[in-house]
Every structure is written in structure tokens, then in C-alpha cells.
Design a protein around this ligand. Structure first.
Ligand SMILES: C[S@@+](CC[C@H](N)C(=O)[O-])C[C@H]1O[C@@H](n2cnc3c(N)ncnc32)[C@H](O)[C@@H]1O
Length: 285
């Protein structure tokens, strides 16, 4: 890895080990609740069979790892890998005694504690690598010949209003902000499907399939709570972290955002339209 790439990898490690990791832990139940339909779709798309060996990349607090362990059953084996100490501690604390284990390290470069895996899977945990093609090539080596890769990631910014709205509110109150660099590590890094095909091809994955799905997620919290949440996670939070914003301005931004979020309020909760890419491929070497 070049010096520049090492710097990016170290920045990501620091980011996920900053208070961001703790915030994910304390909000995991909310996120998991919102993500139920997209997680069910991912698990179905992965076509998991009992007895499989599975690597869950960027497993965070282990929600998907536990689902995978239940699917793989007593004869299966599931490893969760992540770079965040806080999130992995939460994962280990909830692991129970299923066939699952956790490992701390950069999935794109660390020696991974698995070989002859049947499946590499991820819910939003693979968009943060310094050198994406190299990272996927590295991970592919733990797969059986013909082994599967399956992950879900976010589609384009303009189709994910919940990422766009915080950015709009920040720009309106504080002035123009730097546009998000396409393909740069972050939640929207894989928004362009031609890029996903390109780096998977370079990493020697074959049978690449990308399905873009529009989903309506539901959050049962109130609009102001959600607005606060959107200033703590995702692109809005990342931009805000680069600006010198005092607490009063931050609160004002939350008020601005609450007004927009309220427009999505419905009887069963606040509706969150989401555009997602579901990606599948196989180890072709
Ligand atoms: C958006 S969170 C998703 C967490 C979890 N998959 C979920 O859906 O709840 C992204 C996760 O990827 C992890 N991560 C980021 N870069 C990583 C890397 N290079 N290797 C392993 N994990 C990484 C972060 O620490 C974080 O837990």
C-alpha cells in the first residue's frame, strides 16, 4: 500500500475508533429497527445454507453476524471482522454461544482468521477501504473457488434524501460546502454501479450482479430526534465534523432539519425513502 493509502486507512481506523463508534453502539437499536427490511433482503439475496463458513465484513455491533450464525446453524461458522474496538466490544457482549467469533482488524489488509469460506457478506461495511480493488482482492483469497460475495450499500446521494437533506440544511445556513468526492471512502463510495463492477472485476470476482432497490424504511422516533440523529451519522455528520460549529448553530441546524423531516411523518412513523445497491459476485479464480 502506498503512503497515501496508508494515511487514508489510518484516518478510517481513527474515525471508527473516535466517539463515532460509541454513537453507533448507543444508537444500534434504532438503526437495526430501521434496517429490518433491507437486512431481510440482504440475507435472502445471500442464499445462506446450513453449515456454511461466512465472513461478515465491517460487522459493527454484530447484528448481522448473529443473524448469519442462526442461519448457518451449529455446523456453520461465522466470523465478524471490524476496525472499531467499541463496536466489536458491543458485538462480543451480545454474541451468546452460537458458532460466531469476532476479529479486530482492517478487512482489506489484515490476515483474516478464515479460509475456504463459502460467503463474504456485509451490510454497509465495505465502503471505507483506502484501496478498494486491493481490499476486495485480499478478501477474495479467503473464499472457496466459486465462493460468494454479497453486500448492500447506498445508492446515489440524490436518491437518498435523508443524506441530501442534512447537507442542504448545512449549506443554506453556513454557505456552500465541498461536494462529496465520488468514490472516496464513506457511505456513498459505491453509489456509481460502473465503479463497483470495475473494482470487483479488478479484484477477480466474476458473475457480478447489481440490483438497485428503492425501499421505504420506517423510523419510529419523532422528527426532532431523527434530525439530531442525522447530524450525528452519515454525510451530514461528516461535513459538520469538518466545520467549526458552535452548539447554538448545531441546535439551529437540527431545528431546520426537523422541519424537513416532518414532511415524511406518517401514521406508523417517519418514512425514509432509500436507494440501495444489492451486489453479488463469485470468486472466479
Ligand atoms: C456503517 S457501519 C455498519 C456496521 C454494521 N455492518 C451494521 O450494519 O450495523 C460500517 C462499519 O464498517 C467498519 N469498517 C470500516 N472500515 C473497515 C475496514 N477497513 N475493515 C473492517 N471494518 C471496517 C466500521 O468500523 C463500522 O463498524
Amino acid at each position: 500500500m502506498s503512503d497515501d493509502m496508508q494515511t487514508v486507512a489510518e484516518q478510517q481506523r481513527q474515525y471508527w475508533n473516535s466517539p463515532v463508534g460509541e454513537r453507533w453502539v448507543s444508537n444500534q437499536a434504532t438503526l437495526d429497527g430501521m434496517f429490518v427490511p433491507l437486512t431481510e433482503a440482504l440475507i435472502e439475496y445471500a442464499e445462506i445454507k446450513p453449515g456454511e463458513k461466512i465472513l461478515d465484513v465491517g460487522c459493527g455491533a454484530g447484528t448481522t453476524t448473529r443473524i448469519l450464525a442462526a442461519k448457518a446453524g451449529a455446523d456453520g461458522r461465522v466470523f465478524g471482522v471490524d476496525i472499531s474496538t467499541a463496536l466489536l466490544s458491543a458485538a462480543k457482549a451480545q454474541a451468546g454461544d452460537g458458532p460466531l467469533e469476532f476479529f479486530e482488524g482492517d478487512a482489506g489488509s489484515a490476515i483474516l482468521p478464515m479460509e475456504n469460506a463459502d460467503l463474504i457478506i456485509s451490510r454497509f461495511g465495505v465502503m471505507f477501504f483506502a484501496d478498494t480493488a486491493r481490499a476486495f482482492s485480499h478478501m477474495r483469497k479467503v473464499l472457496n473457488p466459486g465462493g460468494r460475495l454479497c453486500f448492500v450499500c447506498w445508492g446515489p446521494l440524490q436518491d437518498n434524501p435523508w443524506f441530501q437533506m442534512p447537507l442542504d440544511v448545512i449549506a443554506e445556513r453556513l454557505g456552500p460546502i465541498e461536494p462529496i468526492t465520488p468514490r472516496a471512502p464513506g457511505p456513498l463510495a459505491f453509489a456509481q454501479t460502473d465503479y463497483v463492477e470495475e473494482f470487483l472485476g479488478r479484484a477477480r470476482f466474476g458473475n457480478i450482479e447489481i440490483k438497485t432497490r428503492d425501499m421505504q424504511l420506517i423510523c419510529r422516533h419523532g422528527p426532532s430526534e431523527i434530525a439530531g440523529f442525522l447530524m450525528e451519522f452519515g454525510p451530514g455528520a461528516r461535513v459538520l465534523a469538518t466545520l467549526d460549529v458552535d452548539e447554538e448553530t448545531r441546535q439551529q441546524l437540527i431545528v431546520d432539519l426537523t422541519e424537513r423531516v416532518t414532511a415524511f411523518k406518517e401514521k406508523e412513523g417517519v418514512r425514509i425513502p432509500a436507494s440501495l445497491h444489492y451486489v453479488r459476485a463469485t470468486n472466479s479464480s
